[in-house]
Design a binder for this molecule. Structure first.
Ligand code: FAD
Length: 438
């Protein structure tokens, strides 16, 4: 690898190449340590060099160079993924594409951007133009558009618009890994082979995503003595077509006790629902909360949107982050409860595991169905115990999308047959992020 690294420095013209220990180490890691299982297995993995192209031409040249020398390439946006997606398992090159950060166009109902654009920057620009992102992860301040499309799933907004593969990517420019990398323009059904692909079937340099009309959002904490009431309020709010919304997050006490920046505004002992709903909907929310034996607590009015710490900083996988900050023994699961009997499933799990599982749900509208998805926070004892909990969940019909694996086939999105075929065409030597797809 020393020979190709020296060659890279002479062959690649203007492309920035980093081989120093600290840059390579830092850019070889993502948030894999969220999982104590991955933490042990990925801690030693790192690239041999980081290439940081600044435009499409440099991406193409970097890929051609890597193909010529048979070097694995793992792409990186902001490196906020949780499953070690961006950790190079077989060394080689980390291709840091965060420098491709131009917003090419904000049109009526869409944005065309380079892959390295940060979602937070795009949301800001879109809102200035009277529009906003449909969906984004709670890491939107740092995370890139390309990284979200290639490694994420859903987030804030998924209660209205679903996940990435529910029409939330319109088209993409993708480069293949061949002697002469091809520039593909992908749209329609073919996008399924690229969304949530961990950069295994091609490198996305440009993406077109749909935008929604801008809404003035009120952030509301509804409080409940009983977590089941919080969940049922969440469902009622999710189903209420008269209340536009972008977030409906039921969280079981004591998880809110870990949210240090909100300590003064949350009521001890209460389970909560964190919601973002359209300006003017608060009276309707108060009625709904009262009818579920709850009440409205802290409210952040639309004028303060993004001017103070927002409620979404405590939702999605940020909930786990606050728990982890309080006690590193916590980790998490990703679960799909059955919308027709989620309370029954919840009771069964709580009776078996008690506070070993602290419940955190996200109501989402996936594939047109309203679903009680969950990111339960788990007190980690051992890998064996974790997989016992996972097996128990599955045995009662709670689906688990295992976040303790880097494999595409085992985690996140289910069957990846289409992707495997696509990979053979686009990456015949298997150099793109090797080891992530079976
Ligand atoms: P990276 O981590 O850099 O990359 C993700 C994957 O995509 C990697 O496999 C990488 O190789 C590949 N990739 C990156 N760029 C490209 C490209 N241009 N072409 C091809 N492949 C590429 N995820 C959610 O979906 N929803 C959430 O709400 C959410 N909340 C989170 C909260 C916390 C606290 C943390 C730590 C993570 C959370 N995540 C969430 C996971 C992650 O932050 C998001 O998915 C994020 O969008 C990833 O973007 P990134 O730029 O950091 O991608």
């Amino acid at each position: 690898s020393l020979a190709w690294r020296i060659k890279a420095e002479t062959d690649l013209g203007d492309i920035a190449v980093y081989t120093d220990e600290s840059t390579v180490e830092k850019l070889s890691k993502d948030f894999y340590w969220y999982s104590p299982v991955l933490e042990v297995r990925l801690r030693e993995k790192k690239a041999d060099a980081v290439f940081a192209p600044q435009n499409e031409g440099e991406v193409e040249a970097a890929l051609a160079f890597a193909f010529r020398h048979r070097i694995p390439v793992t792409v990186r946006g902001a490196g906020t993924g949780n499953y070690g997606q961006a950790v190079p398992l077989e060394g080689g090159i980390v291709l840091d594409v965060s420098g491709l950060d131009a917003i090419a166009e904000i049109g009526d109902g869409f944005a065309r951007v380079q892959c390295g654009v940060k979602l937070g920057a795009l949301e800001k620009k879109a809102r200035e133009a009277g529009q906003e992102l449909r969906i984004y992860p709670s890491t939107f301040a740092k995370a890139t558009v390309g990284g979200f499309v290639s490694g994420g799933s859903g987030g804030v907004g998924s209660i209205a618009w679903g996940n990435l593969w529910d029409g939330n990517v319109l088209s993409a420019v993708v480069y293949t890994m061949e002697e002469r990398p091809r520039r593909l323009e992908i749209e329609g059904r073919e996008l399924y082979d690229y969304i949530h692909n961990y950069g295994t079937t091609g490198i996305m340099t440009e993406v077109v995503i749909p935008l929604a009309k801008k809404t003035d959002w009120t952030q509301v904490v509804a409080e409940f003595d009983d977590f089941e009431d919080a969940l049922l309020f969440g469902e009622a709010l999710a189903r209420d077509g008269g209340i536009p919304k972008r977030l409906v997050t039921p969280i079981e006490w004591p998880l809110p006790s870990f949210f240090k920046p909100l300590e003064k505004v949350l009521t001890p002992g209460k389970s909560v629902v964190f919601a973002e709903t359209a300006d003017g909907t608060l009276p309707r929310l108060a009625v709904l909360a009262a009818s579920h034996r709850g009440g409205i607590g802290h409210v952040i009015p639309p004028e303060k949107y993004r001017k103070t710490i927002g409620l979404s900083d405590f939702t999605w996988n940020h909930t786990t982050l606050w728990a982890l900050k309080a006690d590193p023994a916590y980790t998490y699961l990703q679960a799909g409860f059955d919308p027709d009997r989620y309370l029954e499933q919840l009771r069964e799990l709580k009776s078996l595991f008690g506070d070993e599982l602290l419940m955190h749900f996200e109501w989402v509208l996936a594939g047109g169905r309203l679903l009680p998805n969950a990111l339960p926070v788990v007190r980690f004892a051992s890998e064996e115990r974790l997989y016992h909990i996972i097996a128990t969940c599955r045995s009662i019909g709670v689906e688990i999308y295992d976040p303790h694996t880097w494999m595409l086939d085992n985690g996140g999105r289910g069957a990846v047959t289409g992707m495997q075929l696509r990979k053979k065409l686009n990456d015949p030597l298997g150099l793109l992020n090797p080891g992530k797809i079976g």
